[in-house]
Design a protein around this ligand. Structure first.
Ligand code: PHE
Length: 475
């Protein structure tokens, strides 16, 4: 019986396939528009060192823990934590909630990536009016409700369809083709940009170590780096628990966790060697260097300034790369809620009905995404539903989220639930389930250092992140 249910849940076809899916989840918009600028603005090489130390001491340990918990229990987030302690499944629920919120705004951003990809593609075959001033296009497009909703829907449908193929037939198959393709395209673009005059300014911005900055702002640098690292590794949302639950017993978890951390960091650095130098070389120092506008205004302008069919071709390749990164991440995010639904049915001894659950989750996520798509990513000021809400309840007018729905969503999920979930998770592991739960599952003999991580290092890092985020958003 148990076996049959496990069969219904699905499993990875191969170790490589799992790795590609997990790296696909980790590599996303966070790597492309978050990391490069944060690194440059927070001490350059000095930031990188802090980031790497945190990745090893905090990220690696948590990644391993999530995968081990998933495989040991054979359940996704909620079921897994319930199995470990029936009174405390809340960490799992927090993951499902924040994953669902993140995937909803991911659909809006991913939809925009698709639109830009298509735009540069059609432009290669004759002007369709896509090229022009980057900012103008962005503002007009994001202010057009139908276009935004349509793109969002398209992205949600793509995400849902990949999940429909199943764990190994859908997620794994797609990632195994898409991730190597992403890597090759990224390298090609990095090489092209490195040969352009002006690119060196970008490298200087990213890599010049600023030790004084680190000394003076140690607290905020650590908070920024740890927050970025958690988001980038897809931690604390139950993703790695779900992905781990599809793992075979002989899979080497520590090795996989190391590879995922390494690949994610390398791709973030490569992305930095692409977007920042490109912005310096083709748009100039005043260009937007981070966030939504780095991707959709500055990069649009970069390829426009490169010009001609070649510029459009490069633009197409760039946005294809970004779209792939976004799709593999959103697939993993949606899988959190899908696997939650499937596990619930299996636990009640009902047929899993994975496809129906996927359809329902996709629609729910789309509906949740509509407000984000409709307020022009903050461009529509007071006319937004959020603006109206704030007029009714002035207490909602907090600094961090009164600009747009996307800010509000990201505050609730990555700003609050994620660090809190990670904090609780590490405390549970360190003090309740005990580190041996993880070390036994991973086949590690000595777990003293890991024990220190779960009991002390991770909780402290998460408190720092939580404090930093709350201060930024509420201050
Ligand atoms: N890790 C992805 C990124 O870097 C985003 C993500 C976060 C995906 C959380 C899944 C879960 O963009």
């Amino acid at each position: 019986m148990e076996k049959q249910h496990q069969h219904h849940r699905g499993s990875w076809g191969s170790s490589l396939g799992f790795l590609m899916a997990a790296i696909g989840s980790a590599v996303g918009l966070g790597n492309l528009w978050g990391f490069p600028f944060k690194m440059g603005a927070n001490g350059g090489f000095a930031f990188l060192l802090v980031y790497i130390v945190l990745t090893v001491a905090v990220g690696f340990a948590m990644l391993m823990a999530e995968m081990a918990i998933g495989r040991k229990t054979g359940r996704s987030a909620v079921g897994a934590f319930r199995q470990l302690d029936s009174r405390h499944p809340e960490v799992g629920y927090m993951g499902v909630i924040s994953g669902t919120i993140v995937v909803s705004y991911y659909c809006v951003l991913g939809g925009l990536c698709l639109r830009y990809c298509l735009g540069f593609f059609t432009e290669m075959f004759g002007g369709m009016g896509f090229l022009g001033h980057g900012e103008e296009f962005f503002q007009t497009f994001t202010a057009s409700p139908w276009s935004m909703v349509l793109c969002t829907a398209a992205f949600a449908v793509i995400t849902g369809s990949i999940l429909m193929g199943g764990v190994s037939g859908g997620i794994e198959k797609f990632s195994t083709v898409a991730m190597p393709a992403l890597f090759v395209m990224l390298i090609a673009l990095v090489v092209y940009i490195s040969r352009q005059p002006g690119a060196e300014q970008g490298y200087a911005f990213m890599f010049t170590p600023d030790w004084d900055y680190l000394k003076e702002n140690f607290f905020s640098v650590v908070s920024t780096a740890a927050g970025q690292m958690f988001f980038s590794l897809s931690l604390a949302m139950g993703i790695m628990v779900a992905y781990g639950s599809y793992l075979k017993k002989d899979e080497n978890i520590p090795r996989d966790a190391l590879l995922i951390c390494g690949a994610d960091t390398i791709i973030a650095l490569l992305a930095g060697c692409l977007v920042i130098p490109a912005a310096f070389a083709f748009v100039g120092e005043d260009a937007y260097m981070s966030g939504v506008k780095l991707l959709f205004v500055t990069m649009h302008q970069v390829f426009f300034n490169i010009g001609g069919r070649f510029g459009c071709f490069l633009g197409f390749i760039f946005f294809l790369t970004v779209s792939i990164a976004a799709i593999t991440s959103s697939v993993s995010l949606l899988e959190v809620s899908v696997s939650f639904g499937v596990d619930r049915r299996i636990d009640k001894h009902k047929a899993p009905r994975r496809k129906t659950i996927i359809a329902v989750c996709t629609i729910l996520v789309f509906l949740l995404a509509v407000p984000v798509a409709l307020d022009a990513l903050g461009g529509a000021a007071d006319a937004t539903p959020l603006g109206l809400l704030q007029q009714l309840f002035p207490a909602l007018a907090l600094k961090g989220w009164n600009e747009s729905f996307i800010n509000a969503y990201s505050f609730i999920s990555e700003g609050f639930l994620m660090p809190l979930g990670a904090l609780l998770m590490s405390l549970y592991i360190g003090y309740k389930y005990k580190t041996t739960l993880i070390t036994n599952e991973c086949g590690i003999r000595r777990g003293r250092v890991l024990d220190l991580c779960y009991r002390f290092i991770v909780p402290v890092a998460m408190l720092v992140v939580l404090y930093g985020q709350l201060r930024d958003f509420l201050g």
